[in-house]
Design a protein. Structure first.
Length: 97
């Protein structure tokens, strides 16, 4: 049984419920205000990808291409697509032998 504490304001007793996100007080995170104040007035920084990373990205893109896309690029004088097209044709000849 719940008893009132003498000298305290009495309030009706209700069942406990889970606090929702809107019920909980918002705490101010000082790290967030510092980060935004530092970046707000600073110049933008550009990031360049190294040659090796660019090559990896290009290889991944080539791997996702269909043979039809590769053929189209090879007709458009894309050297890498021409080499890949030659590999496709060589593999096809070996299958037919």
């Amino acid at each position: 049984m719940v008893q009132a504490i003498p000298g305290s304001a009495s309030a009706p007793v209700t069942s406990a419920k889970a606090n929702s996100a809107s019920d909980t007080p918002k705490k101010h995170d000082p790290r967030l205000s510092q980060a935004t104040s530092k970046t707000a007035g600073s110049p933008r920084t550009t990031v360049s990808i190294s040659g090796a990373a660019s090559a990896v990205a290009a290889a991944q893109q080539e791997a996702l291409e269909t043979p039809a896309q590769t053929a189209q690029e090879a007709r458009g004088n894309d050297a890498q697509a021409r080499r890949l097209q030659a590999k496709y044709e060589a593999a096809e000849k070996l299958k037919n032998v």
